[in-house]
Ligand binder design. Structure first.
Ligand code: HEM
Length: 531
């Protein structure tokens, strides 16, 4: 008798293909583990003595299981109580050095800032940054310096921001009108969604002018969904980053998911660029002096097309900067606004004080203007306190030294990920008095905030060369939106929906449950402030 397989060469070859397909992952896993073992042994023999202390880990995988769950900022803060303010974690082939002390952070971001000027580039970030072509992920060097100059001096410099103040005002008015229109219909408002929508519309209008942004406004809901999913994927710890030999399997689907969403955003950017080009060709988009010339996309296109000899920008870099502007801008703004409103609902006395300040400075007959912000010190304290308790990016963007560096007597090897737990520092009882209480007053002149911030106890925007490039815009946009919403409406929560203060962190720290509130006009007799 012959076996079925010997009679059927086709079946035989399909069997061996199936066998091969089934064994490849195991062979790869085996090779991966051998490589990690070799890598670990090499690190162990040469460096363990001088590395910072850290928890014991499993063979090959190290402490990987610790970081694959949410709310990593909490877990790392807790671990640092045992292992100290500079701690190591071994994650597959990677080494993390976690910093939880202001003194060590100060050393890293001041004395040694140059050595720590590279941001890490995990797989998901490589996808969203067009392979490291945007500002957030560009390796430190001449290209990064050029991108940073374009961003800081062309997009968010005082002149550009002043020129676009009217556009932000228009978007704020549009949002107010929308909230007003819902009056009396007992419709609740998702505060985070509102914050996202207003900030996205402001950024879009600044980017491509009022006329063109109307078209993108229709895509706002989808934009929000895609962007939120992108940020969520960006914040998930990806096993492929720590076990590179297995990365082709993309076990958690993070790379695939990211590519899909980035492709969607890329299509939007390409369309925006094409349309702007058409407008410029037919003279609808003018010079910098003209009305539509104020838009930032025209400036970027001029640079890309070689009309501005100071800089050189490729199309990919241009799209990377748009990504920085929109993702960085919306993420920081909406999370801060939602946390701020949630905190105020728990602190009626702080809420009342904010309203008193607004009613005194702005009055009851006109809406808030951006120019009012410098005269609203308590409002600025509220925002600082929100950023202290709920840092938007609780672990900042990890830095990667290019050569071995000794900090606080410990070796940080080249290529290690230096993760600064700014949340832990800003919530440390050894640094702050009753840190878990929302007390905006601490940032008033003479309060503890002044001295602690100088000593690296408060730096929600990061520090050093790679400090948030969008800070000048954030300092205008966030207080302006917050002040307007507080001044014109009374915010009431219905069933306590989302009023708890539980957070959930990935790359950003957001509220676990969305805050939903009803907005009631404070000055209904002054319809012109709302319509
Ligand atoms: C409340 C608002 C915001 C917060 C808390 C925030 C926070 C941060 C943090 C922590 C970093 C990393 C800094 C470091 O590595 O030391 C960063 C970088 C950055 N942010 Fe922001 N950000 C905010 C708003 C914005 C806005 C409005 C924009 C753009 C319009 C923006 C664009 C950027 C960019 C481009 C970088 C990368 C800078 C570089 O690598 O050179 N951010 N931000």
């Amino acid at each position: 008798m012959t076996s079925p397989s010997s009679n059927s060469p086709a079946l035989g070859s399909s069997f061996s293909i199936q066998f091969l397909a089934a064994t490849i992952p195991f062979i790869t896993l085996f090779i991966a583990l051998l490589t990690i073992a070799h890598h670990n042994i090499t690190i162990k023999l040469s460096q363990t003595k001088s590395l910072p202390p850290g928890p014991p880990g499993l063979p090959f995988l190290g402490n990987l299981s610790l970081i694959l769950r949410p709310n990593l900022h909490h877990r790392l803060a807790h671990l640092s109580l045992t292992y100290g303010p500079i701690m190591r974690l071994r994650l597959g082939t990677k080494l993390w050095i976690v910093i939880s002390s202001p003194t060590i952070a100060k050393q890293i971001f001041t004395e040694k800032d140059l050595e720590f000027s590279n941001h890490e580039q995990p797989i998901a970030a490589t996808v969203i940054s067009y392979g490291g072509s945007n500002l957030v992920r560009c390796p430190y060097g001449p290209t990064w310096r050029m991108l940073r100059r374009v961003f800081v001096h062309e997009l968010v410099n005082a002149k550009s921001l002043d020129a676009a103040a009217e556009l932000r005002r228009g978007e704020m008015k549009r949002a107010v009108r929308g909230i007003w229109a819902k009056q009396g219909k007992s419709s609740s408002i998702n505060v985070g969604e509102l914050g996202f929508e207003v900030s996205l519309n402001m950024l879009m209008t600044m980017l491509c002018g009022e006329e063109q942004s109307v078209k993108w406004r229709e895509k706002g809901v989808e934009f929000r969904r895609v962007m939120m999913e992108t940020v969520e994927l960006l914040g998930r710890q990806n096993a492929s980053d720590y076990l590179p030999l297995l990365s082709w399997l993309d076990l958690q689907g993070i790379e695939r998911g990211m590519k899909k969403r980035v492709a969607w955003m890329d299509r939007v950017y390409e369309e925006m660029i094409e349309e702007r080009k058409r407008m410029r060709e037919c003279g609808a988009a003018g010079d910098e002096e003209g009305e539509s010339g104020k838009d930032l996309l025209s400036k970027l296109l001029k640079i890309r097309d070689g009309e501005d000899s100071r800089f050189k920008l490729s199309n990919i870099q241009l799209k990377g900067l748009i990504m920085d502007f929109l993702v960085g801008g919306t993420t920081g703004a909406w999370t801060t606004l939602e946390w701020l409103m949630a905190e105020l609902i728990h602190r009626p006395d702080a809420y009342r004080r904010a309203l008193n300040e607004l009613d005194t400075v702005v009055g009851r007959k006109r809406a808030v203007e951006e120019s009012d912000i410098p005269h609203l010190p308590y409002l600025r304290c509220l925002i600082k306190e929100t950023l202290r308790l709920h840092s938007v990016i609780p672990l900042l963007v990890p830095r990667v030294p290019v050569r071995p560096i000794t900090i606080a007597g410990h070796l940080i090897p080249a290529g290690a990920r230096v993760v600064t737990n700014v949340w832990a520092i800003q919530n440390n009882p050894e640094v702050w008095d009753k840190p878990h209480e929302f007390r905006p007053e601490r940032f008033l002149p003479g309060g503890e905030g002044e001295s602690i911030a100088g000593g690296f106890g408060f730096f929600p925007f990061g520090a050093g060369r790679r400090k948030c490039a969008g800070l000048p815009l954030a300092e205008r946009m966030v207080p302006f939106v917050a002040a307007t919403l507080l001044h014109l409406f009374e915010w009431r929560v219905t069933d306590g929906e989302g009023t708890d203060l539980k957070g959930r962190s990935g790359v950003t720290l957001t509220k676990e449950k969305a805050l939903v509130a009803v907005a009631v006009a404070r000055f209904p007799a002054c319809r012109e402030m709302y319509e």
